[in-house]
Design a protein around this ligand. Structure first.
Ligand code: UFG
Length: 327
């Protein structure tokens, strides 16, 4: 069975990926500096604590065994912070990723699965966003990811490094077995924040604006279950093994839910009132971001299992109750 290096495997998406890979019989090594991740979220495989900025640490990992592929989840993800501190985003999300790619090239590891984002597209020009949509990121976060995508094209041409860029829409939900979930510090994402209100850890949810050109005035997003997202990585890896060709896929369910719809669904799932109030809009939030994932379905055979918002929220709620009980 193949051996995979999961960089950022102690974070929200990475930790679910590690569990899924190990469950499918892959040998997994997590490399993570624990700056935002948690050691106890790495529930399977081997763990190496190290920084992507540390060339020597990376070389040691690549010398320790023969990796068939690398999956890279270690990035900063807050759009607002990236506007205030672009250097932090370019240094980690771009420069450190090049360090990782260079270490791969030096070690002769030729397959790379990259966590990209819908933020590379900027303001949507079409109802559904396909891979061919113009790429005009609006902030340093999106630009840092887009720059990696550009660099990957060059690394393929020059060094033969093959990659799959997966552009996530809104990753949400939690491990259906309740072992893992979302633990961002600070939490900025809608679904965990809403559920923290339900569990009593927060007094209310603030809605960032209700004057958007959407049916109820609040922003519309495409929420995708974390396990479906991770499944797409496995399929992407299979596809790279079968056909050594670099490509990119947009990953979402193709259905948009407004902030108010998410809050209502959470009220239904939890039975809690969840007080909400409208705050001013957050800078840089597009009104609507919904994926066209037809390419991933056609080329990878990707079939999301947990498409409905109720299931996504139910799994996130089970995790929130567990965290709140221990808090
Ligand atoms: N929202 C609120 N109140 C909150 C938090 C969020 O109203 O307290 C709204 C946001 O304005 C947005 C929606 O809920 O309309 C979803 O917000 P999230 O922060 O959960 O997700 P984003 O769509 O902003 O972010 C997602 C990813 C980010 C990534 C970004 C890039 O989760 O990691 O897309 O487009 F950076």
């Amino acid at each position: 069975m193949a051996t995979v290096l999961v960089v950022g495997g102690a974070g929200y998406i990475g930790s679910h990926m590690v569990k899924l890979l190990a469950g499918r019989g892959y040998s997994v090594v997590t490399f993570d500096d624990l700056s935002t991740g948690y050691r106890d979220a790495v529930v399977r495989g081997e763990f190496v604590q190290g920084s992507l900025a540390d060339h020597a640490a990376l070389d040691t990992v690549f010398r320790s065994r023969r990796f068939d592929a690398v999956m890279h989840f270690a990035s900063f993800i807050q759009v607002g912070e990236s506007v205030m501190e672009p250097a932090k985003y370019y240094a980690n999300n771009f420069s450190n990723t090049l360090t990782l790619l260079d270490a791969m090239v030096a070690a002769g590891v030729g397959r790379f699965i990259f966590s990209s984002t819908a933020a590379i597209f900027g303001e949507p020009e079409t109802e559904l966003i396909a891979e061919s949509h113009p790429q005009r990121p609006l902030n340093p976060y999106g630009r840092s990811k887009w720059m990696v995508e550009q660099a990957l094209g060059d690394y393929d041409r020059a060094y033969g490094l093959k990659s799959v860029c997966l552009r996530y829409f809104n990753a949400a939900g939690a491990d259906p077995e309740g072992e893992l979930g979302e633990r961002h510090q600070p939490e900025t994402h809608l679904i965990p924040l809403v559920l923290q209100v339900a569990s009593g850890r927060r007094p209310e949810i603030g809605i960032y604006g209700d004057g958007y050109p959407t049916p109820d005035g609040t922003c519309v997003r495409d929420y995708i279950h974390i396990v479906d997202l991770c499944e797409a990585h496995l399929l992407a890896l299979d596809a790279l093994v079968m056909e050594e060709r670099s490509r990119a896929y947009n990953l979402g369910n193709g259905a948009g839910f407004s902030v108010r719809q998410v809050i209502d669904a959470a009220r239904k799932a939890t039975g809690c009132p969840i007080p909400a109030k409208v705050n001013p809009p957050r800078a840089g939030d597009p009104a609507r971001l919904v994926a066209d994932s037809a390419r991933a379905r056609a080329e990878l055979g990707w079939r999301p299992r947990y498409e409905d918002l109720e299931t996504i929220i139910a799994h996130a709620w089970a995790w929130e109750r567990k965290v709140a009980a221990g808090a």
